[in-house]
Design a protein around this ligand. Structure first.
Ligand SMILES: Nc1ncnc2c1ncn2[C@@H]1O[C@H](COP(=O)(O)OP(=O)(O)OP(=O)(O)O)[C@@H](O)[C@H]1O
Ligand SMILES: [Mg+2]
Length: 269
């Protein structure tokens, strides 16, 4: 891969941005975000006032026990779900102020997704899956974009698989296709929810190395939800949620350090 990609911040927070996090140079941020599902008797508080910033060009891991609000946070940041309170920005765009049609365009053009279950289109071959974001946007990749896609395909080892359907590929290969699709449009931010959850440890390490490289070599901003301390050890920074709140923020750490911290976080039995 030779295409240069600048990691310069694309936006600046508004002058009145406050909070305990440094938001300068962030590609995405949320302020006092809350989310409640249901109403009255049956309501669940998924997020209870979360403020975070994702630095441009960084690889950020989001960890926390099951039910702590990780997916909810990611979905609101990606415009897939609405907030009950607080605000979310992608660059200068306030996601929480947009309507459905505008959100669809933001998701299509400025966000990439990698899911645990790959989410490839079974009837499309690898080439078709990778160019799907352009297709959905009603256009073909430009020459420069196609060169970037070719480079991604080569570096992900998919060149001789372009005409294959997803069911003809291993899980690790399918996830590499999903990563190529997520990176193809050079989105502002890639969200990955448990991207290694369905992979064995070797395929998982390959996928994590690819995400790590996309961030360090090409300045791709990535936010990855994971339960796995090994996966989180590939990230520049680790955010820990518990009960819908941000409880800790750590710089790059070893899997052992992350594992130890997770044990300390567990309530005493
Ligand atoms: N659509 C929904 N309706 C009702 N409650 C929901 C909904 N989605 C999530 N919740 C609840 O919100 C809380 C946070 O869920 P979320 O999926 O964000 O957790 P998570 O940290 O991603 O968990 P996991 O690690 O198991 O994926 C949970 O209590 C969950 O049951
Ligand atoms: Mg989840």
């Amino acid at each position: 891969m030779t295409s240069p990609r600048t990691a310069s911040p694309r936006s600046h927070p508004p002058a009145n941005a406050r909070g305990r996090h440094d938001t300068a140079g962030s590609i995405a941020r949320v302020e006092n975000l809350s989310k409640t599902y249901g109403s009255d008797a049956g309501h669940v508080t998924a997020l209870a006032g979360v403020s975070i910033a994702i630095p441009a060009g960084s690889f950020t891991a989001i960890m926390g026990p099951s039910g702590s609000g990780k997916s909810t946070l990611m979905h609101i940041m990606a415009g897939l779900d609405s907030a009950s309170g607080g605000r979310a920005w992608l660059g200068d765009t306030e996601i929480t102020a947009l309507g459905d049609a505008e959100l669809t365009v933001v998701r299509r053009r400025r966000i990439g997704f990698v899911f645990q279950s790959f989410n490839l289109v079974p009837t499309l071959d690898v080439a078709g899956n990778i160019s799907l974001p352009f297709e959905l946007d009603g256009r073909r990749p430009t020459g420069a974009e196609q060169a970037w896609i070719d480079e991604l395909v080569a570096s992900l080892g998919l060149t001789d698989r372009l005409a294959h359907r997803p069911r003809e590929l291993s899980g690790g290969q399918q996830q590499r296709v999903a990563i190529a699709r997520a990176l193809a449009t050079r989105p502002d931010l890639v969200f990955a929810d448990e991207p290694t959850g369905n992979l064995d440890s070797r395929a998982g390490r390959e996928v994590l190395t690819l995400l790590r490289t996309a961030s360090s070599k090409y300045g791709q901003s990535i936010a990855m939800v994971t339960h796995d301390p090994i996966a989180a050890s590939y990230a520049d920074r680790i955010l820990f949620l518990a009960d819908g709140r941000l409880v800790e923020e750590r710089p790059r750490s070893t899997a052992q350090e992350i594992g130890r911290f997770m044990l300390d976080m567990e309530p005493a039995a």
